[in-house]
Design a protein around this ligand. Structure first.
Ligand code: BTN
Length: 245
């Protein structure tokens, strides 16, 4: 990952930029980073702001030989890799908030957005975009209570180029040694760093709100929730709210 590397001064979104390279046949592992994003995207249609030099924003493209339902490992493995890289490099006691935020305490440090291009039920490529809050001292008012940065947590300025290289190393190791799958070993590690397990969560089924406790993550990376009546429900990302974090 990152052997074919482009670093931009400014771009709309590194995910969108990489989509164009992907459509033009760039090799698996191609990575695009930018010092600024003017139209950064978050999950569920949200906005992700990257102002000049306040964070790390990058995306990498993979061409896995897998069907769309087999690529569920990529995002959790990426989350696990980034979480471990931050813990080792900065000493911050960060955790994974299922499915793919990295948080410390109640506040978010990293967001991950994976998009895929599939044709005829085969995956053409996946693009995983990662945004890390590094130098931020302030956030937009709506998220100020739930966002933080490496500087705010440690009081230290890190070398963003050096840290990006470390993150890429961790990503490569986690994704490649596990063959892009959430193996037993990776799942165990993911679970031990996951802040969501044991928390009260709520989700919607048939337009009814259900409340329960997050029991575990299954090997598709989905969250298994135990309701008060003891029944187990599998929920995928996008439909669940975690209480307290
Ligand atoms: C989220 O938490 O909602 C996901 C945020 C993902 C942000 C990253 S920054 C690099 C890449 N480019 C984008 O436009 N989004 C991702």
């Amino acid at each position: 990952i990152g052997k074919n590397l482009t670093v931009l001064d400014s771009v709309t979104s590194t995910n969108d930029y990489l989509k164009i390279l992907g459509a033009n046949g760039c090799e698996s592992g191609t990575l695009v980073a930018s010092r600024e994003q003017t139209k950064g995207k978050g999950r569920l249609g949200r906005v992700w702001q990257t102002k000049k030099d306040d964070g790390i924003a990058f995306s990498f493209l993979l061409r896995p030989d897998l069907a769309p339902n087999e690529i569920t490992g990529i995002t959790p493995l990426a989350g696990l890799a980034v979480c471990k890289a931050i813990r080792d490099y900065t000493g911050i006691d960060c955790k994974i908030k299922w499915p793919n935020d990295i948080i410390t305490g109640h506040k978010k440090l990293v967001g991950i957005l994976t998009e895929l291009s599939a044709e005829f039920s085969a995956v053409e490529y996946t693009i995983t975009g990662i945004g890390i809050n590094v130098e931020h001292t302030q956030f937009p008012q709506e998220i100020a209570h739930k966002a933080t940065s490496i500087f705010l947590e440690t009081g230290k300025h890190i070398d963003r180029n050096e840290f990006l290289a470390v993150v890429i190393e961790y990503l490569e190791r986690e994704l490649l040694t596990n063959d892009l799958r959430l193996t037993e070993k990776a799942l165990k590690e993911y679970t031990s760093l996951c802040a969501t397990i044991g928390r009260n969560v709520s989700f919607f089924r048939n337009s009814q709100q259900l409340n329960g406790v997050a029991e575990k993550i299954d090997n598709n990376g989905e969250l298994v929730v135990k309701l008060e009546d003891g029944t187990l429900h599998t929920v995928n990302s996008g439909e669940v709210t975690v209480q307290g974090i």
